[in-house]
Write a protein that binds this ligand. Structure first.
Ligand SMILES: Cc1cc2nc3c(=O)[nH]c(=O)nc-3n(C[C@H](O)[C@H](O)[C@H](O)COP(=O)(O)OP(=O)(O)OC[C@H]3O[C@@H](n4cnc5c(N)ncnc54)[C@H](O)[C@@H]3O)c2cc1C
Length: 311
């Protein structure tokens, strides 16, 4: 999306893009109207004057200190987020009176690759992958909400799981092929060989796989009540990825109204300040659903742009 937005900005000749430029403060005039931003660009202080400012600085999922302060139970977790997700837009706006909402609602995602913190997409479970623990057993309906599956994973021995797929899934997915190339997968030509490769009991694991394939055939998961089935995982070779929960999305952030105006605690608009995307709180409640962050920043980004231009 970014290259397309960049091209659209370049096509409109009066838009300046400043990279390696970090916003440090939102400036206000003596009436409290937002009138620009103070930034640091390649070692120099820059003042950018503006009639309106839109914050689109993302969430704070990579600010592990802020995460742990707000939710101590997440201290020490990995993050899937890019290093820029530090929450500065939130703190800058708070300094000029913005209210925040749902700050403790921090989402952990259950399939984060154990050694690299790379996100392993939910699509794999949706397309039929299962999770097994170090005992070689399933422990949850794999397609429940992210927080529920994450909690179940934390409760397993050593708080990690193996995400298991077969070659039929791998053949059909360029994403899985990418995981194989990146070295995230362990492989076995039989269930027993895969179990050996990941050091779990082969007999238990083989039985788990056969039972699961039976559930898929019957379209009924007698163990955990999963109701979404794809193909049985019966085509060799078989693959497993070591996964554990990691911080993924921060649902909390700046309080806005439906026009993307940033609000004070008393509900008043901060004149000239708008926000959209993960910097905003309250859009997703306590648990963002997969795919909805894109919907959020596209819809509210457009609304914020319109509101700012009208302002
Ligand atoms: C691995 C991963 C996969 C995901 N997959 C999906 C998915 O499939 N579907 C979905 O809907 N959502 C997904 N999400 C969530 C979604 O990507 C984010 O919620 C979304 O990118 C947030 O968009 P944004 O524009 O608000 O902020 P961001 O995309 O985070 O962009 C904010 C930008 O602002 C910059 N910035 C921050 N502070 C400052 C400052 N002080 N000065 C200047 N710049 C600053 C940051 O460096 C960053 O470039 C995923 C997230 C991750 C981490």
């Amino acid at each position: 999306m970014v290259p397309r937005l960049e091209a659209a900005c370049k096509a409109r000749k009066n838009i300046t893009i400043m990279t390696e430029t970090m916003a440090k403060a939102i400036l206000t005039d003596d009436k409290g109207n937002v009138c620009g931003v103070e930034a640091e660009s390649k070692g120099s202080k820059v003042i950018l004057k503006a009639k309106a400012v839109i914050l689109a600085t993302g969430g704070f999922g990579a600010n592990l200190k802020m995460v742990a302060e707000l939710e101590p139970s997440l201290n020490g977790f990995m993050t899937t987020n890019a290093p820029g997700a530090t929450g500065e837009g939130i703190t800058m706006a708070q300094k000029i009176g913005a209210a925040v909402v749902d700050m403790k609602e921090i989402q952990i995602h259950p399939t984060v690759q154990f050694d690299t913190s790379a996100l392993i997409t939910e699509g794999l479970r949706g397309d039929g992958a299962i999770l097994v623990n170090t005992e070689g057993k399933r422990f949850i309906d794999e397609v429940l909400a992210r927080d529920v599956v994450s909690k179940a994973e934390i409760d397993q021995p050593n708080s990690f799981a193996w995400l298991v797929i077969d070659n039929k899934m791998a053949d059909a997915s360029s994403v899985i092929k990418g995981y194989i190339t990146k070295g995230y997968t362990f492989k076995g030509d039989t269930y027993e060989e895969l179990a050996k490769a990941i050091n779990i009991p082969a007999d238990v694991f083989a039985k788990t796989m056969q039972t699961w394939n039976g559930h898929v055939k019957d379209k009924k998961d007698a163990d955990f009540g999963r109701t979404s089935f794809a193909n049985p995982l019966d085509t060799a070779p078989f693959y497993a990825i070591k996964v554990t929960p990691g911080i993924h999305h921060t649902m909390g952030g700046l309080k806005i109204d439906a026009g993307a105006h940033v609000l004070k605690a008393n509900g008043e608009k901060i004149p000239g300040l708008f926000a959209a995307g993960e910097v905003v709180g309250g859009v997703h409640g306590g648990n963002r659903l997969g795919g909805n962050a894109v919907a959020d920043f596209v819809v509210y980004g457009r609304i914020a742009g319109k509101s700012a231009s009208e302002f």
